[in-house]
Every structure is written in C-alpha cells, then in structure tokens.
Design a protein around this ligand. Structure first.
Ligand SMILES: Cc1cc2nc3c(=O)[nH]c(=O)nc-3n(C[C@H](O)[C@H](O)[C@H](O)COP(=O)(O)OP(=O)(O)OC[C@H]3O[C@@H](n4cnc5c(N)ncnc54)[C@H](O)[C@@H]3O)c2cc1C
Length: 371
C-alpha cells in the first residue's frame, strides 16, 4: 500500500495541470497513467489534428505555448508542449499504472494494476473522451469492409479504401471526411439528426475566443445573437441533407455537452458534392450500407466518428447512483460531495476544454491547500 496526500488519475492535460497547480502551492501529488506515455489521447488522435482553439487560450497554468508554435498548434506540438510542461514542473508520473476502483472508508483507496494507493484526496482526470462509443445496427457483423472507430483512424492513405462512409457530424467526423475528400476518396457522411455548424474564425477571431468574450451572457441569448451571422455564413444546407438544430450551438453544449462542428472546410466540400450526406444507417450487408430513408450505397470502409463517453462508472461502480444517473458530475461540480474526491476535465465548454482544465486545476489545488 502506497500512501500519498493526493493521487491524480490520468496524465493528460487535466492531470498535469492539477499536479502543477498543487506543486505551485507546495503540495505533493502522484499521477498514475495507464499508458506508457503522457498525453496518451493526443498520441492516438488522427494525424492531421490541429487545435481549434487559439494557442493563447489553450496553454495550461504557468507555461504559455512557445512563440514558434502557429496559432493552431498541431497534435505533435501539443504532445511536445505537454512533455516540456511535465518535466519543467517536475511532475511525478507513474506510467503503466491503471486505476481500477476508487473507494472510501476513512481515507480514499485507489486500487490499481500496481497495488493500492491511500490518499486524502483523489483527482479523477481520466478525460471526457475515455471510451469510444460504437453504435450497433442490424447486420453490422455482415459488413465485409473495414469498420473502425475514429480513435483508430490515422489518415486517408492508411485507410486503404476508395469509398468511405464517416458516421457522425462532430469535429472528428467533419475532419476525417474532409481529409478523405481531399485525398480524392468517394466520401459519404451518415448524419442522424439536426446539426450545428460554426466557423473556425469569424471576423479574424477564433470562435472559442468569441465564446470567451460572450461567456457571461445566457446561452440562449448568445445563440439568438449569433444565429443571423451563422445563417449568413453557411446558408441553408437542407438541400444537402443537413437540418439546422432548433437549439443553437452554445445551448447544445451547455445542455447536452455536444460541441458543434467547427468548420474547417467540410461544409464547402458538402456544397461541392465531394462529400455526400446520408441519413442514419439501418443495416449493412456485404459492402452495401442501407440507410433509414431507403437509400443504399456500397462502401469499402466505415469510420465511426460517434464520440466517446467518460466511463466513470468503471472506476466508481456506484457513480450513476451517486450522481443522479448522469455520465459525469453536474456542470461546475469539481468536488460534488465535498469529501476529497475531485473531478477535472468533465465540463464541456465552448471556450475550449484546455483553457477550462487549467482553471479547474487552480480551483482544485486551492481547495486542497485550504484543508
Ligand atoms: C479530437 C479532439 C480534439 C480536441 N481539440 C481541442 C482543442 O482544439 N482545444 C481544446 O481546448 N480542447 C480540445 N479537445 C478537448 C480536450 O482539451 C482534450 O480532449 C484534452 O486532452 C482533455 O484532457 P484530459 O486530461 O481531460 O483528458 P485526456 O487527454 O483524455 O487524458 C486522460 C488520461 O487519463 C488516462 N486514463 C484513463 N483512464 C485511466 C485509468 N483508469 N487509470 C490511469 N489512467 C487513466 C488516459 O490514458 C489519458 O492519458 C479536443 C478533444 C478531442 C477528442
């Protein structure tokens, strides 16, 4: 049994920010990470990924992103930044250690693949995108092409397919479809419901930066103010198979933790016909995909860009009972039961999650330091 003051589960941006914020207050912590590298999720993301948030608003507390980085750093630059961040803050990370359960008697116990840790405080920083969501449909096992989740997609060339169907309309879906269209593949997107689309930049400002400026206003008011601008920017996409969601982008993030598509060229490719939009999938047979509206088409590969879930119930088996059946703690709840169990990185925001985890880390460190 190892005894520590604070144990942090996960060495992604949130876990590292918490460790650095505690250290800045002279408090010790140990970070455990199930993979053998930090920023493991950024190692897994597809090759072309760049931040959608300005680097100025994406740095963790205590270390700006380098001047040499572009406005929207690449996936590899984020990994480099997090490695330098960890070493310059002297953060102790134990790699290859997977937390299995968290329980409390007098103090917290975290059982792990490397034995048990006892701690006064536990910070769960395992990420909103911990476990891929893989939808099922009738005859999925009969599909003879490639079937993969977006977390397994690297680039269009590695996919080795001519006709690709991307399922979903989030940012991974939009970007993977765009990559495949740019590579000259025949691309379809399966989109089940109404969508929200926002531009990467408006009047030269990053959308997330505009969201930061608007953050004190009610989400419905912000959506109402932005709606005419978005209508002007994207026009009516109904004839291309896309219905505009009744609730605006910010309201949807706040109520359903679903981010809009930040357009970096997908909409233009849909308009030009390079990407065709289909409805939800009703079945597959061989290489043929059947859609809910009765259409059918042949594809060599299906990429499920259908998101992730935090899967907190795997660590805390009674999570859903304790937190009212929800997937993650209620918005803004960093320590829901005021009992030393903290959560960092579970508040989906329009202002950028990297900026948000930095703010949360500072609050968590202040709370632990005040005990
Ligand atoms: C494709 C994509 C693009 C994004 N782009 C942006 C952007 O442009 N700007 C922005 O602000 N945000 C962006 N985000 C959102 C967010 O900033 C990132 O997901 C960020 O990595 C979240 O950090 P995290 O530390 O909360 O989670 P993660 O980076 O997912 O880190 C969690 C860590 O916990 C580890 N872990 C999980 N379970 C266990 C366990 N049981 N035991 C031990 N370790 C465990 C994982 O291996 C992982 O290393 C993006 C997210 C995605 C998915």
């Amino acid at each position: 049994m190892t005894t520590v003051e604070t144990i942090i589960i996960g060495a992604g941006p949130a876990g590292l920010a918490c460790a650095a914020a505690l250290r800045a207050r002279g408090r010790s912590s140990v970070v455990i990470e199930k993979e053998h590298t930090l920023a493991a999720s950024w190692h897994r993301h597809y090759d072309r990924l760049r931040l959608h948030t300005h680097k100025m608003h994406s740095a963790l507390p205590g270390m700006p992103m380098p001047r040499s980085f572009p406005k929207y750093p690449s996936r590899l630059q984020i990994i480099e930044y997090l490695e330098v961040y960890s070493s310059s803050h002297d953060i102790e990370v134990r790699f290859g250690v997977r937390a299995t359960t968290i329980s409390k008697e007098k103090v917290w116990t975290v059982d792990s693949s490397d034995g048990a840790f006892q701690a006064r405080n536990v910070i769960v920083a395992t990420g909103l995108a911990n476990m891929p969501i893989r939808p099922n449909w009738a005859g999925q096992e009969l599909f003879t092409g490639k079937l993969l989740h977006s977390s397994e997609f690297r680039n269009a060339a590695a996919l080795d397919a001519r006709r690709v169907l991307v399922v979903g309309f989030g940012n991974s879906a939009g970007e993977i479809a765009l990559e495949c269209a740019e590579a000259g593949l025949d691309v379809g997107m399966s989109v089940r419901g109404p969508v929200n689309v926002v531009p990467l930049e408006l009047f030269g400002l990053t959308t997330a930066t505009i969201a930061i400026a608007q953050r004190f206003f009610p989400s419905r008011l912000v959506d109402a103010l932005n709606a005419p601008i978005l209508r002007l920017r994207f026009g009516d996409l109904t004839s291309f198979g896309l219905q505009r969601a009744k609730k605006g982008p910010l309201t949807t993030i706040m109520e359903r933790a679903r981010t809009p598509l930040i357009n970096i060229g997908t909409v233009e490719r849909i308009r030009s016909g390079d990407i065709r939009v289909f409805t939800g999938i009703s079945g597959t047979d061989g290489r043929r995909v059947l859609f809910e509206d009765g259409r059918s088409e042949v594809f060599d590969a299906i990429v499920l860009a259908t998101g992730y879930r935090p899967a907190l119930d795997t660590l805390l088996p009674d999570f859903r009972r304790r937190f009212g059946g929800a997937d993650a703690p209620a918005r803004g709840q960093l320590q829901p039961a005021a009992d030393g169990l903290y959560f960092c990185g579970f508040n989906a925001v329009a202002t950028g999650l990297l900026r948000e985890v930095g703010k949360e880390a500072r609050k968590i460190a202040a709370s632990i330091d005040s005990k």
